[in-house]
Ligand binder design. Sequence first.
Ligand SMILES: Cc1cc2nc3c(=O)[nH]c(=O)nc-3n(C[C@H](O)[C@H](O)[C@H](O)COP(=O)(O)OP(=O)(O)OC[C@H]3O[C@@H](n4cnc5c(N)ncnc54)[C@H](O)[C@@H]3O)c2cc1C
Length: 602
Amino acid sequence: MAVLTKKFDVVVVGAGGSGLRAALQLSEAGLSVAVLSKVFPTRSHTVAAQGGIGASLGNMAEDNWHYHFYDTVKGSDWLGDQDAIEFMCREAPNVVYELEHFGMPFDRNPDGTIYQRPFGGHSANYGEKAVPRACAAADRTGHALLHTLYQRNVRANTQFFVEWMALDLIRDSEGDVLGVTALEMETGEVMNLQAKITLFATGGAGRIFAASTNAFINTGDGLGMAARAGIPLQDMEFWQFHPTGVAGAGVLITEGVRGEGGILRNANGERFMERYAPTLKDLAPRDFVSRSMDQEIKEGRGVGPNKDHVLLDVTHIGKETIMKRLPSIFEIAKKFANVDATKEPIPVVPTIHYQMGGIPTNIHGQVVVPHELGAGMSSGNKVVNGFYAVGECSCVSVHGANRLGTNSLLDLVVFGRAAGNHIVESIKSGARAHKELPKDAADKTLARLARLDGSTSGENAQDVADTIRATMQAHAAVFRTQETMDKGVVEIMKVAEQVANIHVKDKSKVFNTARIEALEVDNLIEAAKATMVSAAARHECRGAHTVYDYEKKPEDDPYMGRNDKEWLKHTLWYSEANRLDYKPVVLKPLTVDSVPLKPRTF
Ligand SMILES: Cc1cc2nc3c(=O)[nH]c(=O)nc-3n(C[C@H](O)[C@H](O)[C@H](O)COP(=O)(O)OP(=O)(O)OC[C@H]3O[C@@H](n4cnc5c(N)ncnc54)[C@H](O)[C@@H]3O)c2cc1C
């Protein structure tokens, strides 16, 4: 079957904060840019971000990028690459002021500067006390950011392909990326989108878990496409559970609530975080707070008939502050937990929220793979020509084993902008030109579609997706054991066989959402396998990856089971044969700005 081809300078897959920030840089430089999105751009998950974007503006207390750098390295449990973290923290004030000048409606202090609130793990003077660093537009920061960037892109004539789904990467025999195959949902037809450079900004895969704060579209498509094309996924064992999802509903209650003074309490009414994190208390990093909540529940101090959640109390901060700073939270508490947050505490439980891992990149957003394939540690990074990734689908890695709240919105704009600049330079200098598409460019995609279009019996796509979610929830939760993870690997491989046997009854093409969901399951399974296999292989506790078997009491081991000697390294997982490889973490030479390895207490 002949597949039509459209040609652009750059194809950007994803219209969330990262894709739009990159696209803006490209369109303003006069390049022809196609931005694809499964949904209307302003419905991307970025719109749901509530609490804020981190930058050491120091508007409300003394702050500087060194403190931000220190917090981010420590927050990452030393798995973040320190060159990338330094770049992000130094750029942060610039990109936030730039957003302000784009017209983003931040909340204001009485003196006109941007309002900032405290957030988990953000501190002044190297961990001494919490510092307000989260620049906020009430509890709708992502909404304000995404709409601002969308409008700037409309002004810059960015070309949007709305309700288009990218299906596979096109690579040639040299491994260069030449574009994507994509499906127009309205017609159900496939097209080649050819580009000098392809940039993935497809967001996270939070939908591989059953209880998730993520949007339904967050199915890890970029991860699936990259993995199927032979590119490894980095650090996928690290998944962030946000401490405060509404119990039973999964909807997020921003950490900004605790930033505004909210307190977590157990069944006895005790502010238990004082015991676990005497300095930062309720504002310790998310992995820390989630584990402490889980511990309270396990030890019988949970709330409710099943003692399976805890309470988030904001009643003492006053109705006026709640309505001014947290209006959406008031609404969410009412709609999803049936409580009036000004009078009663909100039932909350740790809920899957964010993937720290993703497609490996350098600080220009270029996708990188190891130089030396094979056993043991790989040395260095080799750029995949024509391929970039930014935002949650990428791993640069600034979040390491645990992301600090507000550092994702920051990551989107810092690296979206940096990738945009790098792409402009490489196209304008002539370093990247169009290459001829291989004859079989669309063959793999057409084979996937032919299987679905020709199926006569098999598994229901949604049932298989639910099985993936149940498996991940059971085998890769807040607390893990070697046994549950090993079993999880076996289970997820069984589900992978079901994925290969999915059957779609409805064979129509026009807006056939069943067909689209079936194609998404091909991506969910890659993200799930990457997570399970990488997790089972990491024999230590680090950040969000806590394994009972390796956990140690602080009095026995101040590192509490983190094993820097053997595990201070990034995981790389390849879809083919579930092969694992490792590469070193970038630490800075010991200077005033480096953060030497040490135990992680708050
Ligand atoms: C409820 C919630 C609250 C949050 N609050 C904060 C916060 O306060 N501060 C903070 O820093 N972080 C926050 N985060 C995290 C942060 O919002 C996300 O990590 C970030 O917005 C992801 O942005 P992105 O650009 O990578 O992708 P997204 O915004 O998820 O966008 C992905 C885009 O890719 C498109 N896409 C995906 N697959 C395909 C495909 N196959 N073909 C075509 N298009 C495709 C989608 O249509 C979409 O446009 C929050 C996250 C959640 C879920």
